[in-house]
Every structure is written in structure tokens, then in C-alpha cells.
Design a protein around this ligand. Structure first.
Ligand code: GLC
Length: 554
């Protein structure tokens, strides 16, 4: 935060491409495997780029593909300016970038600045260096309490257990907000600041169109590392000393200046989990992040008033910025499963304050979840702003809730002592072709996580042939959204009253009226709202929309 940066090139006058882009999130190891080792790779993605163009998205966000021991599947980075050989290395990355660009697809990298891997050369050097050395100061080492026996403070890791690990035979502990294998950087150290400037430039110079920033609110910790007053009953809590500290904004502004120094539109999209929308809006100030995910919808109950107030709150609090909508990602239960949860378990808690909501377990009605997820898609795609779609959501895949315990790999599963299943269930490799080995995921005999038999029902190739499939619903909606783009561009959103139907939500944007029926009773929109251009469920001859469905009227 100390080194001077060149003056930015100045604000672009055109509408930047990312303002209303739909970006497809590629969880690379589960997308498509070209070399048959059971793990997805860049060549596999390149072979399947047609899927993205057919779907009609504007670009892709690539989950971390850096060299990594893989303790958190790439979110433990050993080298920030290279690509893991198992994914094909930098040559495969360059080829992918070129092929994506040739198809008009933007490519976003994923940057992990809060922590690296224990295999990163800096951490190895820190371990080899003495207490108080410059090498150690790039991380957060502290002497433990009780003569070194106890952690330096009471902070908990997001993945469960203490946020500190002791160096064997010493009184020194290092901080890791996530897994033991992910030591947190010390962002008060100028080496760290300069290093990440270079990393950003490395990827921008290589041609990427933007960067998703992992836990963009976490880099800076309270300088005194004080104990956090967690609830006495041991339940999860948001530790404000470990995240959302004011200085984090300086880092993000610095990165914005770097991005604005290029003569093309680049975006930075933050993964920012903060207590209020007002907090989130601060990350979106004009000189800060262009985008940050608005996660509130993915935690929303399936009720019209809840969705309406969540959308309205986002639009109001982030007025002047772009709202970045999303209904799923690689950290949460898939939308079909979340929306289909009819009887939540009152099982063990979660170390992660949002984990309980976004990965709640219990009895799921898949058909109901599917109806609702399809409706939610149309709701979200009609809104002003950009949308991120997680791979497999376009297939309507449910979460795989019953993976065999010995197949689970998520550090959350390990650190919670097997009480929390974690995130493997939304990361099961995609089914491309029913009846093929590993459902066409790759030429190998097995995928890194076992795919259940019922994945056959969701295979991509089959879904293209069925006009009512969830995949075709996505493609049709994206085509229509694109066709209407110039009319929707500057259009604001106006809520429409639906007398007598508390369970129906309707809004108008430019030429489109979006209607969502949350309840199970059908609803016939007034004739003045237009004709059904697209619906998530079968429309009656009289124009009635079925329960738990949505439609776009034009
Ligand atoms: C973010 C990522 C998640 C990862 C964690 C630690 O929340 O989305 O997958 O485990 O950060 O990097």
C-alpha cells in the first residue's frame, strides 16, 4: 500500500461489457476431462467451449487453476503466475484464452489473495527463517498463549477448528482463516502488496478480461488480533476482527487503479461476505470494485415478499453500481436442492456463519426444487445487472447429498470431524452423455468424485434434444435476454401490484414483464401485461401460469 502507482487511464465512456454480462462459472476439475485422469482440465474445457456458446453466455470465470497441492482444490496456491501441469500448464491456458476469445467469450481468472498454500516458496522460506525475520513477516506468526501451548487468540477457522496452527516444538503459531494448509498473508507487509500488483499485471498482460477475487473482504485483520466475543453456546458468528476491516478497501482501490491503467475494460468481481448490503455497497464505490456478488438471493426463502425485498434492497443500496446476481456457486448447495428442501434437519451446527443456510441438509423434494429453480432463473435473468451461473445449474442438477463418506474431499468435511458434509456435492463432475462411462466427463474409467446413476437423467446431450429441458430453458432465456438487450439496457425496474396474490411477484423492465408464481396455485396475468414470450413451466390455454413457475411477457 506504500508504492506509488501510475495514474489511471481515466474512466471509459462506453458501457463496459461486464455490466449486463452473464458469466458461466467453470469449476475446472469437474467440467470436462481430456486426458482421462478423472480430473477436468483446460483441454477438456477447450473441447467443450461449444457448450458455452450454445448456451449463450458472455464469458467464463475459471476457478483457481494455479499449481497447488489441492488441499482446497486450488484455493491453496503454490505459484500465482503459473498454471498447474495437471490442468495443462500455461500453454493450455493460453490456448484456452485464445479459443474463448475467438468465440467472443470473456475469461475471468480467480485470484486468492488472503492466503496461499503451505507449499508456496514464501511460506517454505518463512518456516526456514527465524522468528522475527522478514520472511516470517509476510505471514501472521505469533507466540501462543500459556507459554506457547494455546493459540494466540480465540479465532475460529471458517472451515471449523482453531484458525491457528502451531509449529512443532516451538511457541510460534501461524494464522489460517481456512484450512491449516492455507496460511494467511500479512497484508501490512509491503512485499505482499507489491507481489499481488505483479500478479494482477501478469494475468491482465496475458489477456484475461477480469478477475474474481476470493474472499475480497478478508485480507486485512485487526492489527491487535484481539479475541472475538463469540456466543457462549459455541454457535457460529461473524468475526469482525478477522474480516471487513477498513484497510481492505485501500487494497481493492489499488487494484482498481491497476485495472483502469489498461486500455480495455477489465472487471474485478469480489467475493464479499459482509453482514449488511450497506457494507457490501462500500466495496462498490466508484474507485473500488466494479462488481461484487450479491449473495442474499441465494440465502432467500422461497417466498415472494422475501425475494422482492431482497431484490429491492440490493438495487437501492447498490444504486449507481452494478448488482451481480447469483443463485449458486461451488461453495453452496445447488439451487434445486436449496429450493426443494422441505424438511430441514436440526443437525450439527456449522463453523461458517452462512454455511447453515446455504448448505442446510434435510428432506428434499427434487421436482419442487426444480420448478422453483427454473422460475428463479427467469426472475434473476430479467433483473438489471450481471448474472453468474454455476456449471451444472443449467442442467438443473440437484446436489449429490449421499456421496460415500470415503469419497468426500472437502477440508470442511475433514475439519468438522465428519459432521459437516461440506461442498463436494455440488462439485461432482458433469454428466455430458447418458450411458457413456463417467457420463462422458472424460475418457478415463472414473471421475475424481463418484457420479450417481441418476446423473444420466441430466446429461447435456439428452437435454439439448428435449425442448422443455432446463438446459433449453437457459439457452432460450439467454437468447431472449440478448435479443432484448438494447431495450433492457438502461431500463429500471418497476414493481407491479398483484391484488389478492401475495405469492405472486411481478416487475416490469422496458418491454418485458417478469411474473413469478411462488405458491402452488396457477395465476393468469392480466392481458395488459403482454403475451408469454417464455415460461419456466407449461402455460395453460387461457394463459395461466402454473404454480411455482415464472414467465417473461412482452
Ligand atoms: C472462498 C472460495 C472457497 C474457498 C475459500 C478459501 O470462499 O469460494 O471455495 O474454499 O474461499 O479460499
Amino acid at each position: 500500500m506504500t508504492t506509488a502507482l501510475p495514474a489511471p487511464a481515466g474512466p471509459a465512456t462506453r458501457t463496459p461489457w461486464w455490466r449486463d454480462a452473464v458469466i458461466y462459472q467453470v469449476y475446472l476439475r469437474s467440467f470436462a476431462d481430456a486426458d482421462g485422469d478423472g480430473v477436468g482440465d483446460l483441454a477438456g474445457l477447450a473441447l467443450r467451449l461449444d457448450h458455452l456458446t450454445q448456451l449463450g453466455v458472455d464469458g467464463l470465470w475459471l476457478n483457481p487453476c494455479y499449481p497447488s497441492p489441492g488441499a482446497d482444490h486450488g484455493y491453496d496456491v503454490a505459484d500465482y503466475t503459473d498454471v498447474d501441469a495437471r490442468y495443462g500448464g500455461l500453454p493450455a491456458f493460453d490456448a484456452l484464452l485464445e479459443q474463448a476469445h475467438a468465440r467472443g467469450l470473456r475469461v475471468l481468472m480467480d485470484l486468492v489473495p488472503n492466503h496461499c498454500s503451505v507449499d508456496h516458496p514464501w511460506f517454505l522460506a518463512a518456516l526456514a527463517a527465524p522468528v522475527g525475520s522478514a520472511e516470517r513477516d509476510r505471514f501472521v506468526f505469533r507466540p501462543g498463549r500459556d507459554g506457547g501451548q494455546a493459540p494466540p487468540n480465540n479465532w475460529r477457522s471458517v472451515f471449523g477448528g482453531p484458525a491457528w496452527t502451531r509449529l512443532d516444538g516451538t511457541d510460534q503459531w501461524y494464522l489460517h482463516s481456512f484450512d491449516t494448509s492455507q496460511p494467511d498473508f500479512n497484508w501490512h507487509n509491503p512485499d505482499v502488496v507489491g507481489y499481488f500488483d505483479d500478479v494482477l499485471r501478469f494475468w491482465f498482460d496475458r489477456g484475461v478480461d477480469g478477475i474474481r477475487i476470493d474472499v475480497a473482504h478478508m485480507m486485512v485483520k485487526h492489527p491487535d488480533l484481539p479475541d472475538w466475543p463469540y456466543p457462549a453456546d459455541g454457535s457460529a458468528d461473524y468475526n469482525s476482527y478477522a474480516q471487513n476491516q477498513p484497510e481492505v478497501h485501500e487494497i481493492l482501490r489499488r487494484w482498481r487503479r491497476i485495472a483502469d491503467g489498461y486500455d480495455r475494460d477489465l472487471t474485478l468481481v469480489g467475493e464479499v461476505w459482509v453482514p449488511t448490503v450497506d457494507d457490501l455497497a462500500r466495496y462498490l464505490r466508484p474507485d473500488e470494485l466494479p462488481q461484487a456478488f450479491y449473495f442474499d438471493l441465494l440465502m432467500c426463502r422461497w417466498e415472494a415478499p422475501a425475494f422482492r425485498s431482497t431484490v429491492a434492497r440490493g438495487l437501492a443500496e447498490m444504486a449507481g453500481a452494478v448488482v451481480t446476481w447469483t443463485l449458486a456457486n461451488h461453495d453452496v448447495h445447488r439451487a434445486v436442492t436449496r429450493f426443494g428442501l422441505i424438511q430441514p434437519d436440526t443437525g450439527p451446527g456449522s463453523a461458517d456463519v452462512v454455511g447453515l443456510t446455504v448448505r442446510a441438509r434435510g428432506e428434499v423434494d427434487v421436482a419442487r426444487g426444480e420448478r422453483r429453480a427454473r422460475a428463479a432463473l427467469l426472475l434473476v435473468l430479467g433483473l438489471p445487472g450481471s448474472v453468474y451461473l454455476y456449471q451444472g445449474e443449467e442442467l438443473g442438477l440437484p446436489e449429490v447429498l449421499d456421496l460415500p463418506d470415503d469419497a468426500r474431499q472437502d477440508p470442511i468435511w475433514v475439519r468438522s470431524g465428519g459432521t459437516e458434509h461440506g461442498r463436494d456435492g455440488c462439485r461432482v463432475p458433469l454428466p455430458w452423455r447418458a450411458g457413456a462411462p463417467v457420463f462422458g466427463f472424460g475418457p478415463g474409467p472414473a471421475a475424481w468424485l463418484p457420479q450417481p446413476d441418476w446423473f444420466a437423467t441430466y446429461a447435456v446431450e439428452d437435454q439439448w434434444t428435449r425442448s422443455s429441458s432446463t438446459l433449453n430453458l437457459h439457452a432460450t432465456a439467454l437468447r431472449l435476454r440478448r435479443r432484448l438487450a438494447s431495450d433492457l439496457g438502461g431500463a429500471g425496474l418497476e414493481w407491479l401490484d398483484v391484488p389478492g396474490r401475495q405469492d405472486v411477484l411481478a416487475y416490469q423492465r422496458g418491454p418485458v414483464t417478469v411474473v413469478v408464481v411462488f405458491g402452488s396455485e396457477p395465476f393468469t396475468p392480466p392481458a395488459g401485461w403482454g403475451r408469454v414470450a417464455l415460461a419456466s413451466g407449461p402455460v395453460g390455454v387461457d394463459g395461466a401460469l402454473p404454480g411455482e413457475s415464472a414467465a417473461w411477457l412482452t
